[in-house]
Design a protein around this ligand. Structure first.
Ligand code: FE
Ligand code: MN
Length: 343
């Protein structure tokens, strides 16, 4: 292995991609401090779905107090997220991990993959609590066209990296990896997740399905870190390899995001055909376009839609730190902070 001039491995020898021949195992000294920060932020956000009491949700779900339109909102979002979290986890482990050649980023990816497992677990826990048909919920990604369309869009992005001849050593290959990172961090976790978050947190604000709402708040908190890591990673790779960020590639990114916006608007129309109290599909057209503009800006591209934000309370929700006691119902002490028990 070739290492720097001191004979010791130094932070400056590290690279985000195409660095296998140097060292992918040595975490310290850190070069990408943001990756370590995101890792620590993730660790500070430990939670498990089983900590959230579901009694009120079960009672409401069995009652006649929810309208069919509100039930559809709950079911479709459970169906979308139940498999979307697995798509993200598989993309991390099978597609991204081996091509990100930096130990602190890999440390973060390991943490994120675990969080995606907790998220998938959450949807199973909700299905079990409410007594839903798990086959129906977990098959929606095959059976509900608006969900299938989003997932197919993502799975093609994973498949491009899984081709046996794939390499980031060529310009086109490195651009395909960047396209994957944008497809997952910016589009899947940064765009496709956000209308579901807004829908479920809107119900929570009306005091409906508050257990699920609380779990969506935990997931949103995790996804905020995932998104921020992804943005730092994309911008970091751009900085190390400015040649990847050509005009043609920027046009390709814009095209992808525009396509994703259309898929997400179609999803909102499918979930809210008539609308429910406080929500209708047109608001989601604005919201998805508003979110897309914010994501474009974070990766250095100009906003295109200039739509108003119909849910200003969403950014308040996201911006609330733990110090403001966002998760006030938290009661569980982690085993890691208690005496070890082996039985
Ligand atoms: Fe997730
Ligand atoms: Mn995620």
């Amino acid at each position: 292995m070739t290492i720097g001039t001191t004979g010791r491995f130094e932070a400056r020898d590290k690279r985000l991609i195409n660095c296998e021949e140097v060292d992918v195992n040595q975490l310290m000294p850190l070069k990408y401090k943001w990756a370590w920060e995101h890792y620590l932020n993730g660790c500070a956000n430990n939670w498990l779905p089983s900590e959230v009491p579901m009694g009120r949700d079960i009672e409401l779900w069995r009652s006649t107090r929810l309208t069919p339109a509100e039930r559809l909102v709950v079911m479709r979002n459970l169906g979308f997220f139940a498999t979307a979290e697995s798509l993200v986890a598989n993309n991390i482990i099978l597609a991204i991990f081996r091509h990100i050649t930096n130990a602190e980023c890999r440390q973060y990816l390991l943490r994120q993959a675990y969080e995606e497992a907790v998220h998938t677990h959450t949807f199973h826990y909700i299905v079990e609590s409410l007594g839903l048909d798990e086959r129906e919920v977990f098959n929606m990604y095959r059976e509900v066209p608006a969900i299938t369309a989003k997932d197919d869009f993502e799975m093609e992005i994973t498949a491009a990296i899984l081709r046996p001849d794939f390499t980031t050593a060529t310009l086109a290959g490195a651009q395909t990896l960047l396209d994957n990172l944008i497809g997952y961090y910016i589009i899947m976790e940064g765009l496709f997740f956000y209308s579901g978050f807004a829908m479920m947190l809107s119900l929570h604000r009306r005091n409906l399905m508050t257990g699920i709402g609380e779990q969506f708040q935990y997931i949103l908190r995790d996804e905020t870190v995932h998104l921020n890591f992804g943005i730092d990673l994309v911008n970091g790779i751009k900085e190390e390899h400015p040649e990847l960020w050509s005009d043609a590639f920027q046009a390709r990114v814009r095209q992808r995001i525009a396509q994703a916006v259309e898929l997400e608007i179609a999803y909102a129309r499918d979930v809210l055909p008539e609308g429910i109290l406080g929500l209708n599909a047109d608001m989601f057209r604005d919201y998805v376009q508003y979110i897309a503009d914010r994501r474009l800006e974070r990766i250095g591209l100009a906003a295109t839609y200039h739509s108003p934000n119909p849910f200003p309370w969403m950014s308040e929700t996201i911006d609330l730190g733990k110090e403001k006691n966002f998760f006030e119902s938290r009661v569980t002490e982690y085993q890691s902070s208690a005496v070890l028990k082996w039985d």
